[in-house]
Design a binder for this molecule. Structure first.
Ligand SMILES: O=P(O)(O)O[C@H]1O[C@H](CO)[C@@H](O)[C@H]1O
Ligand SMILES: [Mn+2]
Ligand SMILES: [Mn+2]
Length: 410
């Protein structure tokens, strides 16, 4: 019986998607551009031997038609390709759900980029139901910038900071101590229920600590309150079939806790990777170990910090041999992304990009998968891998993964 490990490198796009013009994202390329920024700043290209062995560099060059400035480039020993997105949005739930066989083909509700941006009736209802003394923000914002602007006022008045972005989100930032973490979570739950009718994808709790506008910092206690995926995903189907679906990081939140049999949280990239390795050591057959690596997006993509992003990718690359060594013959490792977030692009939003589709199994040769019409090709392949009924979306590529060359039998 088989296992699968998915490492979702949140926001690691590899070139503008064919419909990037509809999103104002023509020319975006998260991976190629962060490599260039790193090389420009340090004077030498980033060394990513393990990600390049898994096909990331080849996939990016094939998808984006731009050179990837890396040193120690290797010929892939994996199946690699690049996928475009069927879903209407470039947000995190859409990317994750589509990968698991459920593209989001309807339009989410969005808040307009005006000030105020939230309907007054909804805010009145929110205040009435939660007892908060009012809200601050009420605009589109970057989550770290708005803390510098309104953090002190929040602490003084007890009014939570509410803001949104080009995604279908309502974010609530509040101080963990002066406002209280549990109270923030309660306010988010009430808000979630109020926003269902506006079709808002997520409410996000953004707790922070610190005492002045200069030192407020968000903590690891973020919590996402997602609507339910519109149909059962690969995760539900595997769990129903008796498999283990093990969430590491914010996966469980993104799938609204549907089809998850175990959850682990860990703060930061290194801890998430270590937790993945620890879980791999004991997960039984018929397990999906699914990790979201959020730092790429939250700490570097949205913060428009390409060199920080590059260093985080190096940390990921350095850790990969530990994961690869733990793979059993019937394990498949998938590395992919949910959207782009080009840290060299104007603004602070996600970018509509191709995502990498990298699949590694011991013994594979260099196996190009070409352009994939949907992220769902991954979910469909995993449905095949786990012997589940076919998903409604996706073109599986299990035929590319089934004949590994066993060492010694070449
Ligand atoms: O600026 P911060 O708060 O990190 O917000 C970002 O995080 C949200 C959820 O991924 C996105 O909608 C984006 O705007
Ligand atoms: Mn994301
Ligand atoms: Mn994001």
């Amino acid at each position: 019986m088989a296992r699968a490990i998915i490492l979702m490198a949140d926001s690691l796009g590899i070139g503008a998607a064919p419909d990037a013009d509809k999103f104002g994202d023509v020319g975006a390329n998260t991976f190629a551009h962060l490599l260039k920024a790193y090389s420009d700043e340090t004077g030498s290209p980033l060394s990513l031997p393990n990600l390049s062995l898994l096909g990331l560099v080849d996939a990016c060059e094939a998808a984006g038609n731009e050179p990837c400035l890396v040193s120690d480039r290797q010929t892939p020993i994996a199946a690699w390709g690049y996928a475009k997105e069927l879903s209407s949005g470039k947000d995190t739930p859409s990317g994750h759900w589509e990968m698991a066989g459920v593209p989001v083909l309807f339009d989410w509700g969005y808040f307009p980029d005006t000030q105020p941006c939230f309907p007054q009736e909804f805010i009145d209802e929110l205040i009435a139901r939660t007892g908060i003394p009012g809200i601050l923000g009420n605009c589109h914002a970057s989550g770290t910038t708005i803390l510098e602007q309104l953090g002190e006022e929040h602490v003084k008045t007890g009014k939570p900071i509410c803001y949104t972005s080009a995604d279908s989100v309502f974010q609530i930032a509040a101080h963990e101590q002066t406002f209280g973490l549990e109270k923030l979570y309660q306010v988010c739950e009430i808000t979630r229920a109020l926003l269902d009718e506006m079709n808002i994808g997520r409410v996000i709790a953004r707790p922070f600590l610190g005492s002045t506008n200069q030192d407020f910092a968000r903590t690891g206690n973020r919590r996402d309150y997602s609507v339910l995926p519109p149909a059962p995903t690969l995760l539900d189907k595997l769990a129903e079939d008796g498999g283990e679906v093990i969430s590491i990081g914010k996966i469980a939140d993104i799938y609204a806790h549907q089809g998850i049999t175990q959850k682990h949280k860990a703060p930061g990239l290194q801890n998430l990777l270590e937790k993945t390795s620890e879980v791999m050591a004991s997960a039984p057959d018929h397990s999906l170990i699914f990790t979201n690596l959020v730092d790429f997006d939250e700490k570097f993509g949205h913060r428009r910090n390409p060199v920080g992003y590059a260093k985080a990718l190096k940390e990921f690359d350095d850790y990969l041999p530990t994961i690869l060594k733990q793979l059993k013959p019937d394990d498949v490792l998938i590395i992919t992304a949910d959207h782009g977030c080009d840290p060299t692009f104007p603004g602070t939003e996600h970018t509509r990009e191709y995502v990498p589709v990298l699949a590694y199994r011991a013994g594979l040769e260099n196996t190009p998968l070409g352009e994939r019409a949907s992220f769902a090709d991954i979910g469909q392949t995993l449905a095949q891998w786990f012997n589940l009924p076919a998903l409604d979306y996706g073109d599986g590529f299990i035929n590319k993964l089934t004949a590994p060359i066993v060492k010694g039998n070449e």
